[in-house]
Design a protein around this ligand. Structure first.
Ligand SMILES: [Zn+2]
Length: 492
């Protein structure tokens, strides 16, 4: 989703910067490393490598991959601490509470599930007691509440914003324990080596360290327009702790926090203890193409809701959208241009007055506008559907204009040229508008159209000369037999 937003906003001429990375400190990591008989550093090196490789396989184009164990990050996290401390917001105290190691946070008993279980992980919390530094979170309660109320676009979608507002209305924020002495795998607290920083204080700062720190050139350029894209399980850290930390450090808040839901597998929550929910996105992408997987994920996840990945749905969705609708349209069009017009369509000087031609031209503009609007509302699913509707229209255009009948009539050559001129231009629009959603597919379309130019947001409907060439089939329909084999492989 982040890669899709990044490509889209680049396409409409924003200067963008996509950062991702790994959060590598904390007790959870220290314990996991021990369990695997590894040093924490060795363990996180492998972890980071896995993510980097996966993003490469999945065609995710980011500008920076930041690891919280990197020197450049640790310095900035300490800088952040010092700023909060200088503002009088950090003090030493003692804390005893119920701690979920997987969340890396204390819970009041009232928020736990029956049996003292973490509400996120369904796992028993542990009693921990330690000397700790506190952050005066309570001081920022009213300011944060006011900010969220006055800035409706700060937390998106609405349902998540209401969740945070509800929490702030019903609970008074308490000072937050932000250091640990019970383990050492973390960033040392400036001025007191006995303590390491609470992992969330450390991790959240990555958004700033990736820009080189407060006040740097990159920071000044990007910070005020920064959008955090997060999962719903880490909403509280991003929408409550982080803004308060920034207020304390005297830094403006990012523009928006966009919160996505979870994926379920055939309506089951993904869990290590349930083998039926085991999923390997890289393997999937090899079987159904990266763009096939990407198309499905973008289409099926609406912000504010969870998305469900059901394998039969997955295959039928890409068969319908990519093979039948878009892929077939491109194949048929190119084939007919080759067969009826020797692969060439001349430039047209005059606009057509045919109602069907006018319809696909006008809809190119309305589709582009709709896609833009959906994306500005962080709704890739709506955008994908708008593009697919346009492809449906183009398929029906062929059925309405019947080029295969006109091809039998020698006096209809110029009408044929007109039809394919409109259609090829419409496909150029589809490849440009569709680029954020299926980049390699879009590249394939452009190649077949004989267009040698960078992707750009289309602004005019140009009836230029075109020389098409048949390329590889864009997306091969997955047949019933193959489907059975694939699903068996994926669920093994
Ligand atoms: Zn938990």
């Amino acid at each position: 989703m982040a890669d899709c937003f990044n490509r889209f906003f680049k396409l409409v001429n924003y200067e963008t910067r996509l950062t991702t990375g790994t959060d590598e400190h904390g007790l959870k990591i220290e314990r996991a490393a021990k369990k695997n008989e590894k040093e924490p550093k060795e363990f996180v090196d492998e972890l980071a490598r896995k993510f980097i490789n996966s993003w490469k396989e999945l065609n995710i184009e980011y500008d920076d991959f930041i690891r919280t164990t990197e020197e450049r990050h640790m310095n900035i996290a300490q800088d952040m601490w010092r700023r909060m401390e200088a503002n009088g917001d950090i003090y030493l105290g003692k804390y005893e509470g119920l701690y979920c190691i997987d969340c890396e946070q204390y819970y009041p008993e009232s928020e736990l599930l029956e049996g003292m279980l973490c509400p996120i992980h369904n796992k028993k919390v542990e009693t921990m007691s330690e000397e700790t530094y506190f952050f005066r979170l309570s001081k920022y309660h009213d300011r944060l509440l006011k900010y969220i109320e006055e800035n409706p676009g700060f937390i998106y979608p609405e349902v998540r914003r209401n969740e945070v507002l509800g929490f702030l209305h019903h609970n008074r924020l308490q000072d937050l324990s932000i250091s640990r002495t019970s383990f050492s795998w973390g960033i040392p607290v400036p001025g007191n080596d006995k303590h390491v920083m609470y992992v969330w204080i450390d991790a959240l700062t990555n958004y700033i360290s990736s820009l080189g720190g407060i006040g740097t050139e990159l920071f000044n350029k990007y910070w005020s327009n920064t959008v955090h894209l997060i999962g719903k399980d880490i909403l509280r850290f991003h929408a409550i702790y982080w803004p308060c930390m920034l207020m304390s450090a005297g830094v403006a808040l990012p523009k928006s926090i966009i919160v996505h839901g979870w994926w379920t597998i055939s309506n089951k929550k993904i869990s290590k203890s349930d083998p039926a929910t085991k999923i390997d996105p890289v393997m999937l992408s090899k079987d159904i193409t990266v763009d096939g997987l990407r198309y499905f994920l973008l289409k099926e996840l609406t912000l504010g809701k969870d998305g469900d990945l059901d394998y039969e749905n997955l295959i039928s969705s890409i068969n319908i959208g990519l093979a039948n609708n878009l892929g077939n349209l491109v194949n048929r069009t190119i084939m007919m241009v080759q067969k009826y017009l020797n692969g060439c369509v001349p430039a047209l000087d005059e606009d057509s007055t045919n109602e069907f031609d006018i319809e696909i031209k006008e809809n190119a503009f309305t589709t582009a506008d709709a896609v833009k609007k959906f994306m500005e509302e962080y709704n890739p699913s709506g955008a994908v559907n708008a593009i697919m509707n346009y492809c449906n229209l183009l398929n029906s255009y062929l059925d309405k204009t019947l080029p295969w009948q006109l091809a039998k009539q020698p006096d209809q050559v110029s009408r044929l040229e007109q039809i394919f001129s409109y259609l090829l231009e419409a496909l150029r629009w589809v490849s440009n508008i569709g680029y954020p959603f299926f980049p390699e597919f879009a590249r394939g379309i452009k190649e077949q159209l004989g267009i040698d130019e960078a992707f750009s947001w289309p602004v005019s409907f140009c009836l230029s000369e075109r020389k098409v060439s048949k390329g590889a089939v864009l997306f091969k329909r997955i047949g019933k037999d193959e489907e059975i084999i694939l699903i068996e492989k994926w669920t093994k």
